[in-house]
Design a protein around this ligand. Structure first.
Ligand code: F6R
Length: 365
């Protein structure tokens, strides 16, 4: 039932405020995360033992894992994130007391299921599925399950599943970080950021018209480059994946520091760059990268946090997104890029919900 929306993707983008609120319901209080309500009673003993984490997933779900890896590391938890189809054919060294975390919207992705199987054969001790489909295969094979509660996702391009995965991964981060000295004040800080998230998402969605206006510029382009740093590099990857899969415009994403090592050669007047530029400790670095692109005559669309000192000019168009905290900023920036991809695909007249050659659930290798 599409109600007043034109496509499922649009509907699912606009449902993200309530999807995130559902993900959090009865799992947080005013200032803390409720571990048993979130992960189940069995989780307490398992989390007490966990010394390292390995995240496995495909596509968009893998990008959620890449963000989480940075979060977990920043809390002193060794973590690696890997593409399931690569992991399943390798024999990596298994750390002691390691938790394998599979992330999947469908819970039926063949490579992710096979990677979980490989992980248990290799000796990973504990497993957790972060999954949106409550009765899927994946939820039956892991020790623990965290249901993302995004509701059914119909459009092939993943949107609300991704943002609720990130929220779920923040809950996991809190659980593990508390065992490594995270203070009650630090926990309260992150929880209050999470509580503010649904209304910040609603505020971001108000920018829909402004972002739609950019789509004409992109509709006749063949190539685009996305740049980001830190937790927002995976967001650049996700923005590029969304754009390519529904608009069929070639989109590459790079960590901005890699520009000089190759991709700068692609920049010309016909290849726009999209920079994900939150106001954090990496902003000065990213601004230098923006100037590198500008100096080569490349047009830039810079998604910055409102109030960030980056100026628009004839080559740089700054799009100020709603300011949020350090942990939820990747989620806010993602939604802006979802809207961009959506409107470009609509402008091009593409079948937004059913992009060519793709299936919603990839149950074969
Ligand atoms: C992209 C997209 C895919 C999925 C991937 C994994 O928009 O939807 O990249 O993220 O196929 O699917 P799940 O999460 O169901 O394992």
């Amino acid at each position: 039932d599409l109600a007043h929306y034109s496509h499922y993707m649009q509907k699912e983008i606009f449902e993200q405020g309530s999807a995130v609120a559902n993900t959090l319901e009865e799992r947080i209080t005013n200032n803390c995360m409720l571990e048993i309500e979130t992960f189940g009673e069995e989780a307490v003993e398992i989390f007490n033992q966990v010394e390292a984490v390995r995240i496995l997933a495909c596509g968009t779900s893998y990008y959620a894992g890449m963000v989480a890896r940075i979060w977990l590391e920043s809390m002193g938890i060794p973590c690696e994130a890997e593409i399931a189809s690569e992991f399943r054919y390798r024999n990596p060294v298994v750390p002691d007391n390691a938790l394998v975390v599979a992330i999947s919207q469908s819970g039926e992705t063949a490579d992710t299921l096979a990677a979980l199987n490989q992980a248990s054969k290799l000796g990973y001790k504990y497993s957790l599925a972060i999954c949106n489909s409550p009765f899927s295969q994946m939820t039956r094979v892991t020790d623990l399950v965290l249901h993302t509660r995004a509701g059914p996702e119909i459009s092939v391009a993943s949107t609300k599943a991704f943002t609720t995965q990130l929220v779920s991964l923040l809950l996991l981060m809190i659980a593990l970080a508390k065992r490594r000295g995270m203070t009650v004040d630090e926990e309260a800080e992150i929880v209050s950021e999470l509580r503010a998230l649904p209304s910040r998402i609603e505020a971001l969605l108000q920018m829909d018209k402004d972002i739609a206006e950019l789509s004409d510029y992109f509709a006749d382009k063949e190539h685009t480059l996305f740049l980001g740093r830190g937790t927002h590099y995976p967001i650049a990857l996700e923005g590029a994946l969304k754009l390519k899969e529904i608009s069929y415009i070639h989109a590459d994403a790079y960590p901005a520091g890699e520009l000089k090592h190759g991709p700068l050669a692609l920049i010309d007047a016909k290849t726009p760059t999209i920079a994900v530029a939150p106001n954090n400790h990496l902003l000065a670095k990213l601004k230098a990268n923006i100037q590198e692109v500008r100096a080569r005559g490349g047009k830039l669309f810079v998604f910055s946090d409102s109030g960030t000192p980056i100026k628009s000019d004839e080559l740089i168009e700054v799009i100020e997104v709603v300011k949020s905290g350090p942990f939820t900023s990747p989620i806010i920036h993602t939604i802006a890029l979802q809207l961009l991809a959506y409107h470009v695909a609509v402008t091009k007249g593409n079948d937004v919900d059913n992009p060519r050659n793709l299936a919603k659930s990839v149950t074969v290798e």
